[in-house]
Design a protein around this ligand. Structure first.
Ligand code: FES
Ligand code: FE2
Length: 323
């Protein structure tokens, strides 16, 4: 087994959603997360497995192989078979092989809500369980999922999702419309702040008018925006998944307790696609590519949430996984 310290540098030892569950049937699906290749598949009874996508024998991508009736993934090169927990179950042509020495590197995996989550370290048992934003698991809510890929470092995308003062600028024709209309040169955005066990909750509103909107940061890489509609629950989530230093995949998930007919789902996805497209160009232009230490850019009071994330990233996450 590889030392966990060598995997997922800068994003090690955390739970992250990686894919919608429905995208993984039995056949292996190869993805990349924070620079590491990972293969997801389903063993017997649909139990999900996540392995580092590198055969321990000669480094071939296991995702090129197949999953058999026994629920094991077979490497395409010499046919070694591994269970969802990484254990070697069969090494062809070598009946004396010591299987216990020949396992693949397994990652803890969970299926929660409509998503597959992995823990970014090669450990048998993750030290904590994932805590999903509540609206992603509440059976009373109807959810939609949209996936987009941006050419940026994930930290810039995450900060964008936590950034409230860009709403009346970047999103003046969508979710920032009412703020853009009410804003005057002397307007002030009031921000409240609470630490939560899973991250933090920011409340914001303009000039003391209207409802306070809440925006949650769920460590390490999730945002939930509570869109204030009286008597309704309506959330927009961004799950910000690092692919490599210049590529980020976003799963934009909406959750609602009104207009729950499935036929209306495309409406919510189209709206989210429009909002995400408004952010994309701005975020992709960020220089330097990765969010730098706070002292290297200037900040103001409305940057509280992004600075909080930046500190968490630079102090806790970025040093992680260094060999
Ligand atoms: S490289 Fe995978 S079995 Fe040989
Ligand atoms: Fe935005």
């Amino acid at each position: 087994m590889l030392a966990s310290g060598m995997l997922f540098p800068g994003f090690a030892g955390v739970w992250t959603p990686v894919l919608q569950s429905r995208k993984v049937k039995r056949d292996p699906v190869g993805i990349r997360v924070a620079g590491e290749k990972v293969v997801l598949f389903r063993g017997r009874d649909g139990v999900p497995g996540a392995l580092v996508d590198r055969c321990p024998h000669r480094g071939v991508a296991l995702s090129l192989g197949q999953v058999g009736e026994d629920g094991c993934i077979a490497c395409p090169f010499h046919g070694w078979r591994f269970g969802p927990d990484g254990t070697a179950r069969h090494v062809p042509l070598n009946p004396d092989a010591k299987l216990e020495r020949l396992g693949a590197t397994a990652l803890p995996v969970r299926e929660i809500g409509d998503l597959l989550w992995i823990f970014t370290a090669a450990v048998e048992t993750a030290p904590v369980e994932p805590i999903p934003p509540e609206a992603l698991v509440d059976p009373a809510l109807r959810r939609t999922y949209l996936e987009v890929t941006w050419n940026c470092h994930w930290t810039r995308a995450m900060e964008n999702m936590l950034d409230t003062p860009h709403l009346p600028f970047v999103h003046r024709t969508t979710i920032g419309r009412s703020m853009a209309k009410r804003m005057t040169p002397s307007s002030r955005m009031e921000i409240t702040w609470e630490e939560r066990p899973w991250g933090s909750r920011q409340g914001f509103r303009l000039d003391g008018q209207g409802d306070v909107a809440f925006l949650d940061f769920h460590r390490p890489n999730m945002m939930a925006l509570h869109i204030p509609i009286p008597g309704r629950r309506f959330r927009m989530h961004a799950l910000v998944i690092p692919i490599d230093d210049r590529t980020t995949r976003l799963i934009v998930a909406s959750a609602r307790d009104f207009a729950t007919f499935p036929l209306l789902d495309p409406f919510f996805d189209r709206m989210n696609a429009r909002i995400a497209a408004q952010d994309q160009g701005v975020v992709e232009s960020s220089d330097p590519v990765e969010a730098p230490p706070a002292g290297e850019e200037v900040s103001v009071a409305t940057d509280r949430a992004t600075l909080h994330f930046r500190k968490y990233y630079l102090d806790e996450l970025r040093p992680s996984g260094k060999g």
